[in-house]
Design a protein around this ligand. Structure first.
Ligand code: MN
Length: 568
């Protein structure tokens, strides 16, 4: 038995899962002739290495058992409990929609299912990534066709997903493994071109290392680690495409990484470096104060170093370094350790903190598009690109694509806020509606009731949601006199409580009921709130259910409803 398994007791679910996996894969072999269990063990070891819980490691061991042998999901549930079975089920489902049949034409439908599955439980995605990593590492034994297809999926789906989850190292590894199969000519060109340059840079960094260390020591700074960090091939190639293939313009081909104990020391090291060697203007990036959208933190600076050579420094703490590499997995482990006793069953994403909002958003997005291709378009535009994070005055984090404006922000909060928007403040100062939001801005929207959006906004808004709503609202203008529809009007009187309206609104959103209007007013003493909701008509039974749900919400005093003809 492999060593790392021995740290778990023989009757633990991990060891028992291992026994079952051995039996299930007894007669199976990988393409290179090795027993199949070696793959399963590799995936389990990687999962263990991420620091995930025992159920996850057991699920990793069992991830290929369901189809390949007589073992059923019920067997797994019986032997290892509901949670492990839930994870194994997720992994089995993911396998069914993979592999994508035609790499040039994305199978959007499969992709959609895939994404729904991932939002069920993040651990399933993490284990799946480890499975993919091991598959990529043993790709050499497959046919060229399979190699290309699997590499394409890895490059287009898994690596960006890992990046988005903040798993920097994994994302880079996956890209580097896929790159030679996808772009063999480019890969060989790159190898040939950078070999000398790369060697020269590493030698230079090794040469200046003692000097840097000495200077830091003189200032009472004792780094835990100073080492050369080479840029990965795949990302180097992408960067070269942007720099006319001119390798001399890539300053971070090999960077010097300095790891210290505290954040204060990071800035102290930066100060020492800048006082010693002049920095290149515009190259200093403080990703500690303003992390990248995927959570990456570090101080980056480029200076004219020893012998006047342009050199990049990356400065971070040990903890940050770990977070950068593990991303969401580190976050997950942290929360698990913090609250060991709390059950982690059924990851309800609606109840999850900000960090996981985007996963829930993904799940919502895919229900908002009729054509699979539309969904993919939007996925590419909105999901895989850089995003910014801004705050509401209540400090709620709103995640938007780069280049978004206050109008995009307003529509993200609520359609009515968007429609009635007449102005905006960023960090307490009035800004134009075209203002490009920046990460960290606190945005406040000024509204005027009954105001209608302007078609001019379409020229500068960024998000598809805003565009859709503006078109919708301006179209409504023309139809206004003609249309009169039956609507259901619900009136609620409640205590004036925080989050009450949000709870009510969520009730309608979750049931996908079309809201026409949503108005609320609080009396002068601020005790009671009157809310009037106008929505699409629905059957009595459904109305009764909703009324019942609303009555259950604490704070509800009175509720009534009627049907009314309403013109829009
Ligand atoms: Mn597998």
């Amino acid at each position: 038995m492999v060593d790392w398994l021995k740290k778990y007791p023989p009757d633990s679910i991990i060891r028992r899962a291992y026994q079952l996996a051995c039996r299930a894969h007894e007669k199976e072999h990988r393409k290179d002739g090795k027993p199949y269990i070696t793959h399963v063990l590799a995936v389990a070891k990687l999962t263990d290495g991420l620091g995930l819980d025992e159920n996850s490691v057991a699920a990793a061991l069992l991830h290929d058992t369901i189809e390949n042998s007589g073992i059923t999901l019920d067997n797994v549930k019986e032997k290892f409990g509901e949670e492990t079975a839930f994870l194994v089920d997720g992994l089995t489902k993911l396998k069914k929609i993979n592999p994508l049949k035609n790499p040039t034409e994305i199978q959007a439908e499969n992709m959609r299912k895939f994404l729904i599955a991932i939002s069920g439980d993040l651990r399933v995605v993490l284990i799946k990534m480890m499975d993919r990593l091991d598959n990529m590492q043993s790709l050499q034994n497959l046919s060229p066709e399979q190699q290309k297809r699997i590499s394409w999926e890895t490059m287009e789906i898994y690596a960006p997903l890992a990046y988005r989850l903040g798993m920097q190292k994994l994302s880079g590894e996956l890209e580097d493994l896929a790159f030679p199969y996808l772009y063999p000519l480019e890969y060989h060109w790159l190898l040939k071109e950078i070999k000398e340059k790369y060697k020269e840079r590493v030698e230079y960094i090794e040469k200046i290392k003692p000097t840097v260390e000495q200077i830091l020591n003189q200032h009472n700074l004792y780094p835990i680690e100073i080492d050369a960090r080479a840029k990965r091939y795949a990302s180097l190639y992408k960067k070269l495409l942007r720099y006319d293939m001119d390798i001399s313009k890539i300053y971070d081909l090999v960077a010097l990484r300095i790891v210290v104990k505290t954040i204060d020391e990071c800035y102290a090291v930066l100060g020492v470096i800048h006082s010693q060697w002049p920095p290149l203007p515009g190259r200093f990036k403080d990703y500690i104060a303003r992390p990248k959208p995927n959570g990456y933190k570090s101080l980056h600076t480029t200076v004219f170093c020893v012998d006047n050579k342009i050199t990049e420094f990356q400065i971070k703490t040990e903890e940050i370094h770990r977070e950068n590499e593990l991303g969401i997995a580190a976050w997950w482990v942290y929360h698990r350790l913090k609250d060991q006793s709390k059950s982690i069953k059924n990851w309800d994403l609606f109840a999850q903190p900000q960090e996981l909002r985007w996963v829930e958003q993904l799940r919502q997005w895919q229900t908002n598009f009729e054509k699979p291709t539309d969904f993919l378009e939007s996925l590419k535009a909105d999901f895989f690109k850089d995003r910014i994070f801004v705050l509401t005055p209540e400090n709620e984090i709103i995640d938007l694509p780069d280049g978004s404006t206050p109008i995009d922000f307003a529509y993200r909060i609520h359609t009515d806020i968007g429609n009635q928007c007449i102005g905006a403040k960023a960090n307490n100062k009035i800004v134009p509606l075209e203002y490009q939001l920046r990460s960290g801005d606190i945005i406040e929207i000024i509204i005027q009731p009954n105001k209608k959006p302007s078609p001019r906004w379409l020229e500068f808004v960024k998000t598809s949601k805003a565009k859709e709503q503006i078109r919708e609202a301006t179209k409504g203008k023309i139809l206004k006199q003609k249309t009169s529809v039956l609507c259901l009007k619900i009136k609620i009187i409640s205590d004036n409580r925080p989050n009450y309206l949000k709870t009510i609104a969520n009730l309608f959103v979750k049931r996908k009921i079309n809201l026409f209007r949503f108005n609320s007013q609080t009396d002068h003493q601020k005790f009671l709130t009157t809310t009037v909701i106008e929505c699409e008509p629905m059957p009595q039974a459904k109305i009764q259910k909703i009324i019942f749900e609303i009555k259950k919400i604490s704070g509800t005093k009175e509720i009534g409803y009627k049907f009314e003809k309403q013109s829009f």
